[in-house]
Design a protein around this ligand. Structure first.
Ligand code: SF4
Length: 333
């Protein structure tokens, strides 16, 4: 008899691990897929997949996610997290793989009622309805609360051995983890930067000021202090040597960058160069955030811009006077 094969949309968290183990108990062969972007990366999923021994493929969906973030059909959560659209995208992409490669169904580790936006019963039924493959989408941990799916009706999956977990309590999952001999697992907080206020504030600033957003622009959002000087000039300051190095590795020829020569201090990056006024302000930031003593009135700052290097003398200013340029955390209206 042909073995039943299922594809897990695998996050690497405890729920997705348990959903795999529950199906494997029924003799079902499982593979995983992780959809990656700079907002949510695959380390945790890779590690968990290795631990439970499932093959995992990683697929980059940065461009699709950016389009969704710019214009989410179902809106955002508390920050710039378009969870419903995001889940829908992942399910649709998993369903394409299922059809192309002959998997019998797809499944996720989602639990009804666990998260406010994408995991209410209504939201999950909506995802099932809109993804075009709802009959093939199984949630092993909450299946008893949902209508029968095709693999259950066809006898490929025994519904009696699926679960009816509901709500935010993690007790049942912990009990199951113990029963399966899983003694350590990643925390349930998903690690998606789109749910982070500081990150979402920076991303919102980027969406407002930059038409075309590249992957490295998103990677820069994770590093340093961010200041918006004017519509053309954003300034990023490394907070320590490690960040200076990381920012330095992301510089492109279109950027300007600055640093103080006589004292230790931040690497200062202006993505896409900025304008004259912006570069002057960036020099003040470079000087003011350097380790120069506060009684030194003027600091020499090196500026690399448009393949040229020049120097300007920048005054030191109290950091509190510069805070007004700092990009603020996201606040939902
Ligand atoms: S928290 Fe992030 S990864 Fe998870 S569904 Fe929402 S947007 Fe997608």
């Amino acid at each position: 008899m042909k073995k039943v094969k299922a594809l897990s949309v695998f996050s690497g968290g405890l729920d997705s691990i348990l959903s795999v183990l529950i199906l494997r108990q029924q003799g079902i062969e499982v593979e995983g897929v992780y959809f990656e972007t700079p907002f949510f990366t695959s380390e945790r999923a890779r590690e968990s997949a290795k631990r439970i021994g499932i093959p995992l493929r990683i697929i980059d969906i940065t461009d699709e996610m950016l389009s969704i973030i710019k214009n989410p059909r179902f809106g955002y959560g508390a920050c710039l997290n378009p969870c419903l659209d995001c889940r829908l995208l992942m399910i649709k992409k998993a369903a394409e793989i299922m059809k192309r490669e002959g998997f019998d169904f797809i499944f996720t580790g989602e639990v009804i009622g666990q998260r406010p936006m994408s995991q209410t019963k209504r939201a999950l039924l909506k995802i099932k309805e809109l993804c075009g493959c709802g009959d093939y989408l199984l949630l092993p941990l909450s299946a008893r609360h949902l209508p029968l799916t095709l693999p259950e009706r066809e006898g490929k999956v025994d519904r009696n051995r699926l679960l009816g977990i509901h709500g935010r309590s993690r007790k049942e999952q912990m009990r199951l983890a113990e029963a399966f001999g899983i003694d350590s697992y990643p925390s349930p907080a998903g690690g998606c930067l789109l749910t982070d206020k500081a990150f979402s504030g920076r991303l919102m600033d980027l969406l407002i000021h930059q038409k075309e957003i590249k992957k490295r622009d998103i990677l820069l959002l994770k590093l340093g202090r961010h200041f918006r000087i004017n519509p053309l000039t954003k300034v990023i300051l490394g907070r320590n040597r490690r960040e200076n190095e990381d920012i330095s590795s992301l510089i492109t020829p279109e950027d300007s960058y600055l640093n103080v020569l006589e004292y230790p201090g931040p690497l200062v990056l202006i993505p896409y160069g900025g304008d004259d006024e912006g570069r002057r302000k960036a020099a003040i930031l470079a000087a003011s955030y350097s380790d120069a003593p506060s009684n030194v009135p003027i600091i020499k700052v090196k500026i690399c811009h448009d393949n040229k290097t020049y120097y300007i003398n920048a005054p030191l200013q109290p950091k509190t006077d510069l805070h007004r340029f700092m990009i603020k955390p996201y606040e939902k209206n």
